[in-house]
Design a binder for this molecule. Structure first.
Ligand code: DX5
Ligand code: ZN
Length: 229
């Protein structure tokens, strides 16, 4: 089992002091920075792009190392922006299969740019998109809310989908020895993270649950305590 990763979504941070928010959350024990990119087209909201990714890059040092910037693209089309995020210092880039006409090509593009690649599944998007690309993926991200906004409620059906995805990953890892992370995004908090972990997730995005509290360390500790990891 891979060590658990806590990835605060800066969507819920104070954008007027984003660099400080990122430092604070990494000092509080966060592992990655989850970076939500929305285009008011694929999803009904508009957020941040490569310029902001580049601006936060120097503020993401954790234990003397750059922490992973985990870019979640909720944009259509995808391909043209991938090199921009790679240049801006993204480590991992995930996209939704519905937003790309050529899924395999988009994954190749992300890898060719030197980033890790992830595929994102909306709550009602079937897992069969994994069928021919699993060997190229570094991460599978399951949405547990409909994307577009922070602060929504976790959709319970996602637990079953997590268990199904866990099986696919474990079978694949047993054959190949290669690991793929299973990330969950939407409505994660200290109260439900235990059952989400038990269903198979190893990488946890949380926006409002962390940035909505004044003591980030306390929330992140509470999350880790619930998954005993
Ligand atoms: C939703 C975004 C999420 C969001 C999570 O479209 O992809 O990353 O910020 O926020 P919470 O944790 O508040 O549900
Ligand atoms: Zn996200």
């Amino acid at each position: 089992n891979l060590p658990a990763i806590i990835a605060p979504s800066i969507l819920s941070a104070d954008f007027a002091c984003l660099g400080q928010e990122i430092k604070d959350v990494l000092n509080a024990g966060a592992d990655w920075i989850h970076f939500d990119v929305m285009d008011n087209h694929f999803v009904p909201n508009l957020t941040i792009g490569p310029l902001v990714c580049e601006a936060i890059r120097p503020h993401t040092v954790k234990n003397g190392q750059p922490a992973c910037i985990d870019v979640h693209l909720m944009i259509e089309p995808v391909d043209a922006i991938v090199p921009e995020f790679a240049k801006a210092g993204a480590n991992l880039i995930s996209f939704h299969p519905e937003a790309s006409t050529h899924i395999d090509r988009t994954i190749n593009l992300i890898k060719d740019q030197g980033c890790q690649a992830g595929l994102v599944f909306n709550p009602a998007t079937p897992l069969h998109y994994l069928d021919y690309v699993l060997d190229k993926l570094d991460l599978i991200l399951l949405m547990s809310v409909n994307p577009g906004f922070g602060g929504q409620k976790f959709i319970p059906a996602t637990l079953e989908k997590l268990r199904a995805t866990r099986k696919i990953i474990d079978r694949y890892t047993a054959h190949t020895g290669r690991t793929i992370r299973l990330e969950i995004d939407g409505g994660v908090n200290p109260d439900n993270i235990g059952e989400i972990f038990a269903a198979g997730a190893d990488t946890f995005v949380a926006g409002s649950a962390i940035f909505g509290k004044s003591d980030y360390t306390q929330v992140i500790n509470a999350m880790r305590a619930s998954i005993a990891n």
